[in-house]
Write a protein that binds this ligand. Structure first.
Ligand code: ACO
Length: 430
């Protein structure tokens, strides 16, 4: 903690309090307000946590004003251009880039844990065929706690790392199994001779009747998208994982809670919502009408894939995805009218005063759906793809939290209900 303080004065009582300033290695300084209730008798009110840091973290740094995103200090642009998803996973989990030997050991470890208990496939079979894959994912990942709980010593760092690696390894297997259940296809087991993303594609699309060749382009692009989605500091789903983790809950239960939080259209569900929106808009000629609706306060419609709590500049991930989108469509020779529609929507929105004043730029989800669509990933699986990648961030944040003395997360409230009143027996109520 630095030696800086901010003096606050309660004008009604004349009492002063010096609040210590907490400074990280980068980013805005924060005020440590713990002494506020006991000294001045106030809590702070910050719905949506726009101005509140709930933890310190060494994983991911974002400067929303400048459009900067770094994992463990490494710019996202460099990781996206030169690294791989598994290497990024190692980096987030362990803090440093791996040596060749470390990386090979880590890859082997992840590959070794790709299978799921056979009973889990029976569990998946119990879902109705048209269950949303995110609902299935939340249930199935939560159920992993039942498979591994007894053998897990939460105080043992090796057990915690094993749980983290298991989750990273098994998530694609579970995701593909959920999809295959929906499609009525037999379960596909992981082919460990393939890489992380190739294996996932194989489990998604291979059929027993025909030979399936994984497209290197598809595997490469998915790897890129997974890097971009791997972590994003204290977003809603990660904060959920940390909050559940603060209770000492089993890590599989923490991640299942994170999956549920991610599903919402204001968060990871936006990639699915973007495609739904583009389908609804249908034609470039309808774009102005939808922009008008997005600006109308009496209309709940929002431009999905636009805006971000932290980025008040272009989301750096969107810049990378936008380019990847063109490259993929080009390389695959796909002429997707959705892309033209998205481009027109982006062009008009970025020239519009409403979006300029509110600093609403396309976010990571604006383009990811278009790429997934080109690769044949069904729309209902878009948020699942996000969850596979974000599992790395969730478990890395959970590991970080588990190493430190953690108090249970327990926000306060401003009570606005009735004041004290006496119970009235039913027969006397008017
Ligand atoms: N379309 C139209 N107006 C918008 C949009 C949008 N997409 N996003 C924000 N606004 C407006 C709001 O109406 C509000 O206007 P006001 O100040 O006049 O009331 C202002 O911009 C600020 O919006 P908030 O909702 O207060 O911003 P917040 O930080 O709480 O929300 C969020 C951020 C949830 C991402 C929001 O921009 C949104 O709903 N976007 C669409 C959904 C989306 O793309 N989500 C993905 C986020 S990225 C991710 O999770 C991976």
């Amino acid at each position: 903690m630095s030696e800086k303080y901010v003096l606050i004065t309660d004008e009604s009582t004349g009492k002063d309090l010096r609040l210590p300033v907490v400074e990280g290695t980068e980013g805005e300084p924060t005020l440590a307000i713990k002494a506020l209730p006991s000294t001045l008798g106030y809590f702070t009110y910050d719905p949506g946590f726009s101005a509140t840091a709930a933890c310190t973290s060494r994983l991911t740094f974002i400067d929303g004003g400048k459009g900067i995103l770094r994992y463990r200090g490494y710019p996202i642009e460099q990781l996206a251009g030169q690294s791989s998803f598994l290497e990024v996973a190692y980096l987030l989990l362990n803090g440093e880039l791996p040596s060749e030997e470390e990386f090979s050991g880590f890859s082997e470890q992840i590959t070794h844990h790709t299978m799921v208990h056979e009973q889990l496939n029976h569990f998946i079979a119990g879902f109705h065929y048209d269950a949303h894959p995110m609902a299935m994912m939340a249930g199935v990942v939560g159920s992993l706690a039942a498979f591994y709980h007894d053998r897990m010593d939460m105080e043992n760092p090796e057990h915690r790392m094993l749980a983290a690696q298991r989750m990273i390894a098994k998530m694609p297997t579970i995701a593909a199994a959920c999809y295959r259940h929906h499609m009525g296809r037999p379960t596909a087991y992981p082919r460990n001779s393939l890489g992380f993303c190739g294996r996932f594609l194989d489990m998604m699309f291979s059929v027993p009747a025909e030979k399936y060749e994984v497209s290197p382009l598809a595997a490469r692009v998915i790897d890129l998208l997974f890097i971009l989605h791997a972590d994003h500091e204290q977003n809603a789903s990660t904060s959920t994982v940390r909050l559940v983790g603060s209770t000492g809950a089993n890590p599989y239960a923490c991640v299942a809670a994170g999956i549920s939080a991610l599903w919402g259209p204001a968060h990871g569900g936006a990639n699915e919502a973007v495609l739904d929106m583009l389908s609804e808009i249908g034609d470039i000629s309808n774009v102005p009408a939808y922009i008008k609706r997005a600006k109308d306060k009496s209309d709940p419609f929002r431009l999905m894939g636009f805006g971000h709590r932290v980025y008040k500049n272009y989301d750096p991930r969107a810049t990378i995805i936008r380019k990847a989108c063109y490259d993929v469509l080009d390389e695959m020779g796909v002429d997707d009218p959705m892309m033209d529609l998205a481009m027109e929507l982006e062009r008009i929105a970025l020239e519009d005063d409403y979006f300029i004043e509110k600093k609403l730029y396309p976010n990571v989800d604006f383009y990811s759906g278009i790429i997934y669509r080109a690769l044949g990933i069904p729309v209902s699986m878009f948020t699942v793809m996000f969850a596979i990648a974000r599992t790395v961030g969730w478990v890395a944040q959970w590991l970080e939290q588990s190493k430190e003395p953690t108090r249970i997360g327990r926000p306060r409230q401003v009570y606005s209900g009735p004041t004290a009143r006496d119970y009235v027996p039913m027969e006397k109520r008017s």
